[in-house]
Design a protein around this ligand. Structure first.
Ligand code: FAD
Ligand code: DLZ
Ligand code: SF4
Length: 520
């Protein structure tokens, strides 16, 4: 071989159509894959997230080798593993005497900044390729966003529908004459509802070895290590996708926002862990969903809802992240400074909705969107929790979490910390919403119908406490400002009851001890 090209492939780049591999053949390249301490510990990821990534990386390396590629795989415990991407790429450049480093851009700002320094540190040219697994380029997002005050997802989504042709009747007309069928996607759970189970994949020898490694090396990280059942290969992920399309997509739409005690999957796809590391192609999934609609096996509200989550929200938050970083990481428009409560890590709270969402998060490294948004997220918003601490929590606890997707959801969607660029109003809600969309309240020690006092659902006084605390910022927002007329009509005595109840509850919250999210 003449001097080879070195192709580093990161843990969330496990795709055969990766841009850095385009045009190369096994005879031109050495692929470098690295398990590094820095990535595994910059936050203390849920144990299952580390198992998922290391196992999927090891399987992917095997698949590439079987195709004839030379893969230089650095395992976490290898002697001389420097513990960082930069250190390992530098060592590999020497080992293989490479003529060029070719890498696909990183999903995360933090890693991209390190990559941008490689050119100065390495003895050869560095070529950073665009990540073509996303449908919108950075330029597409910029041209959508420049000059807009609010970056409303809906308009971006329509652009993506036109760009991909998904669910389009003509170049400009959507299937069914409506772009967005969200209004048909808000059914509460039905008694006796029994969604088909999500496939779980029994760990093979490679995964077993990684489970053992993670148990030994990351014992103090949050979350249950086992049972572990996430797909770790493309073949497994495809099986999971097929099962979703065959049995759950049809009711995905109506029950998208429903919550049921003891269940985090319902009719959701459970595919984000596979999509985000590259085992599944988002556009391919959308085409499969569209085919299900065309063949009559799933209704339009389900298929449009699913496609909207992917080419709408997923693409949008990625664009938003790169458009607003690095400022987004420090955004705190509402000046929220309360520490994250300890119960986010232990699950020990009498609030049944929160304790169930934290249980599923600990057991499965997953909670579905409305659990993340309207229970956990809503609580953080109305209790005024510090955005940095909230972002760290979400980044640690979910197996699908990467800064580019977690941060816009946290800072923009749940906390309004970006001052309303992503969401036009804060998603603040009292216990009523949770009661309407779930079966949580029936078994809760708090009473959702009570507004104040020790038995009242804490979401009720916290809601008004939040509205009052942020009055000057929110009063003029046309989507939420009218609520202050209701508050003012209550009169001073009722208002004081709400505010005192909320304050008592907030004072009772023990702050999280240090060391859960990061090695301080
Ligand atoms: P489904 O409900 O089946 O949805 C289908 C797909 O749509 C998902 O797999 C995902 O790829 C995409 N999607 C849906 N909503 C969003 C969204 N808001 N942003 C981006 N993609 C979306 N998703 C992540 O992948 N990683 C995260 O770190 C993450 N953090 C979140 C934090 C908060 C505060 C909130 C409110 C949402 C977050 N989400 C995140 C979005 C969403 O909750 C998860 O994608 C979803 O729960 C994953 O489960 P699923 O695959 O069954 O999703
Ligand atoms: C999340 C993660 C973890 C825990 N470990 C590794 C690793 O050891 N090696 C690796 O290549 N990637 C890992 N990842 C995923 C990276 O954090 C992710 O690829 C970058 O943050 C870019 O998005
Ligand atoms: Fe949650 Fe309040 Fe319902 Fe209890 S009563 S489950 S705290 S919303």
């Amino acid at each position: 071989m003449t001097r080879p090209v070195l192709v580093p492939i990161l843990g969330d780049q496990l795709s055969r159509n990766l841009s850095s591999l385009e045009g190369l053949s096994p005879s031109d390249a050495v692929i470098l894959m690295m398990e590094v301490w820095d990535e595994a510990t910059y936050v203390k990821h849920h144990k299952q997230k580390i198992v998922l990534i290391f196992s999927a990386m090891r399987h992917f390396a095997e698949e590439l080798r079987a195709e004839g590629w030379q893969v230089d795989y650095i395992a976490l415990g290898d002697d001389a593993n420097s513990g960082s991407f930069t250190g390992e790429v530098a060592r590999a450049c020497e080992r293989h005497d490479v003529c060029e480093v070719r890498v696909t851009e990183s999903g995360e700002w933090r890693v991209q900044q390190a990559m941008l320094e490689w050119e100065d540190r390495l003895p050869c040219p560095v070529n950073i390729c665009a990540d073509t697994r996303f449908i919108a380029t950075h330029a597409d997002f910029r041209s959508f966003a420049d000059g807009r005050k609010h970056l409303t997802m809906e308009y971006f989504y329509r652009e993506m529908r036109k760009k991909t042709g998904l669910l389009m009747r003509t170049d400009v007309k959507p299937e069914g004459d409506q772009w967005n069928l969200d209004a048909e996607n808000r059914e509460p759970p039905k008694d006796g509802m029994s969604p088909p189970p999500t496939p779980k994949f029994a760990p093979d020898d490679i995964t077993r070895e990684v489970i053992e490694l993670v148990g030994k090396r990351f014992p103090d990280h949050f979350g249950d290590l086992e049972p572990f059942g996430w797909p770790v290969t493309r073949a497994e992920a495809q099986k999971a996708a097929e099962a979703f399309f065959a049995r759950r997509l049809c009711l995905f739409g109506p029950y998208q926002d429903a919550m049921v005690h003891g269940s985090d999957d319902l009719y959701h796809s459970m595919l984000s862990t596979s999509i985000n590391i590259g085992l599944l192609d988002p556009l391919e999934l959308c085409r499969d969903a569209e085919a299900a609609y065309k063949s009559g096996s799933a209704p339009l509200n389900s298929v449009e809802g699913f496609i909207r989550q992917i080419i709408g929200w997923r693409e949008y938050v990625r664009g938003f992240y790169w458009y607003t970083m690095p400022g987004l990481a420090d955004a705190n428009e509402l000046g929220a400074h309360r520490p994250l409560p300890e119960f986010f890590w232990t699950g020990k709270t009498d609030m049944r909705c929160l304790s169930d969402c934290i249980r599923t998060t600990r057991e499965d490294a997953h909670a579905h969107h409305i659990q993340r948004l309207m229970v956990l997220g809503n609580f953080c918003l109305i209790a005024g929790i510090d955005p940095r601490q909230v972002a760290d929590w979400y980044l640690v606890v979910y197996a699908d979490a990467y800064d580019w997707v977690e941060l816009p959801n946290v800072a923009g969607m749940i906390l309004y910390a970006d001052g309303g660029r992503l969401a036009t109003k804060p998603y603040a809600a009292s216990g009523n919403y949770i009661n309407k969309m779930s079966d949580y309240c029936k078994g809760c020690r708090y009473k959702v119908s009570k507004k104040t006092g020790p038995d009242a659902c804490p979401f009720n006084p916290l809601y008004w406490h939040f509205m009052e605390a942020n009055r000057t910022r929110l009063e003029n927002n046309h989507r939420i400002g009218r609520i202050y007329a209701t508050w003012d009509r209550m009169g001073a005595d009722k208002q004081s009851e709400y505010l005192e109840s909320a304050q008592k509850f907030l004072d009772s919250l023990a702050p999280a001890r240090k060391g859960w999210a990061r090695n301080d």
